[in-house]
Design a binder for this molecule. Structure first.
Ligand code: GAF
Length: 408
């Protein structure tokens, strides 16, 4: 059994400080950090302008940053041994997706993927706030957000970098604008066609609250989760099946949703309700219909979960989590055998509810369990993975935690 109480923030902070010292031989001007997230419910609804209910987790990415006297950006991280250095005026030509938009250029240097996140943020922030004081910076990044686990390690890098540069460059953007900067970096610099949920969760997180976000208006309300008060815990079951949203299935699902909206004659699937589903079924092929049905019913489940949390508390949301997982497994088809095994084993061991969380095709599931059942459920999930011949999962509990901020 592997149960880790989370929040080793100081480890990442120490690592970021040490990396910065190695790079520059001086102390940074400041330390900023941003968390990963778990999504309680509302999957793939963000880019359909629908509803989501994520919360920030204690795992954070830390950026130690210092201004330079020139206009160069240097980045180092715990993800790689490389130091990447570019001029601020080179940012525009740097990334593959930007290059595609601008036409190919032989001289443009390639950027390793990890560096596209912080450099993409620098690029997008500069475009969002043209009046800033754009001096060169040294950036050292360290993280304890598991990578490729569906816990938004990328939004955490974007959030830490955006918060740091917003302060040092005096760009004065608010948290929602910084989330947009992070998403733009992810979409256009990294090339992952994601929505805005992860960046908003990382920027707006609060202790013990989930963020009920309307992804059309970007209006956010904090909703008390109250898991601990109810004697419950949220167990993350990281299957260790790595996923990436810059390739494959994520973009295909997004395209199906766009097709579904087009067939229904609406701007996005946010505008389709459950009572429209019989008509949708008549109009479209089976696969597109099932993608649409997931989004439409998932939006409703988010609204129901918010209502149930407010009226009855966390103990009453289990069935909604289970229904969400079934919809992702059967209709949206983004689950994998390891995620299904984690969910089924947790439920069989007494979890009140369980579902995969994040974009899917690997990553993590969550289970809502009794506080005193953490060991029992963890043992059951580990045993089920052993029986199925899967790599042992990484299991730990999380609590809703603070969003991006300056640490020092
Ligand atoms: C990933 C994306 F980054 C989010 O925007 C969201 O679409 C999620 O998958 C699925 O809900 O985390």
């Amino acid at each position: 059994m592997t149960v880790t109480e989370t929040g080793p923030e100081t480890t990442a902070q120490d690592a970021a400080r040490a990396l910065f010292a190695e790079l520059t031989d001086r102390t940074p001007d400041g330390i900023w950090s941003a968390p990963g997230r778990v999504n309680l419910i509302g999957e793939h609804t963000d880019y359909n302008e629908g509803f989501v209910l994520p919360f920030a987790i204690p795992h954070r990415t830390v950026a130690a940053v210092g201004l330079r006297d020139d206009a160069r950006i240097r980045v180092v991280s715990t993800f790689s041994d490389e130091t990447v250095e570019v001029g601020i005026d080179e940012l525009d030509g740097l990334f593959p997706t930007l290059r595609q938009a601008q036409g190919p250029s032989e001289e443009t240097p390639a950027v390793p993927e990890w560096a596209a996140y912080p450099l993409g943020v620098a690029w997008a922030l500069r475009l969002a706030a043209p009046e800033g004081a754009f001096r060169g910076v040294d950036i050292a990044i360290a993280s304890d957000v598991p990578v490729g686990a569906g816990l938004s390690s990328s939004a955490a890098i974007e959030g830490a970098t955006a918060t740091a540069l917003n302060d040092l460059w005096h760009t004065g953007l608010d948290r929602t604008a910084l989330a947009r900067v992070g998403r733009r970096a992810e979409n256009e610099a990294v090339g992952a066609p994601t929505g805005i949920m992860d960046q908003m969760a990382s920027m707006l997180g609060e202790t013990d609250a989930a963020i009920f976000l309307d992804c059309r208006s970007l209006e956010a309300q904090l909703v008390t989760v109250g898991v601990a008060e109810a004697g419950l815990a949220i167990l993350v079951m990281d299957t260790r099946v790595k996923h990436a949203h810059s390739t494959g299935g994520y973009g295909e699902r997004r395209a199906s949703c766009e097709l579904g909206a087009e067939i229904m004659g609406v701007p996005s699937l946010r505008d389709v309700s459950t009572s429209d589903l019989p008509r949708a079924e008549e109009l479209m092929d089976d696969v597109t219909f099932r993608r649409v049905r997931h989004i439409v019913t998932e939006n409703q489940r988010v609204l129901d979960t918010v209502r149930v949390l407010r009226e009855q508390g966390a103990r009453a949301i289990g069935d909604l989590l289970v229904a969400s997982h079934a919809s992702m497994r059967d209709d949206f088809e983004i689950s994998v055998a390891e995620l299904d095994t984690a969910v089924e084993a947790a439920l069989a061991a007494g979890a009140l509810g369980a579902r995969m969380t994040g974009g899917g095709f690997g990553g993590a599931a969550i289970a809502l369990i009794e506080q005193d059942a953490v060991a029992t459920v963890s043992d059951a999930v580990t045993a089920a993975f052993t029986d199925a011949g899967f790599t042992a999962p990484h299991l730990f509990t999380v609590v809703p935690s603070a969003g991006a901020h300056r640490d020092a």
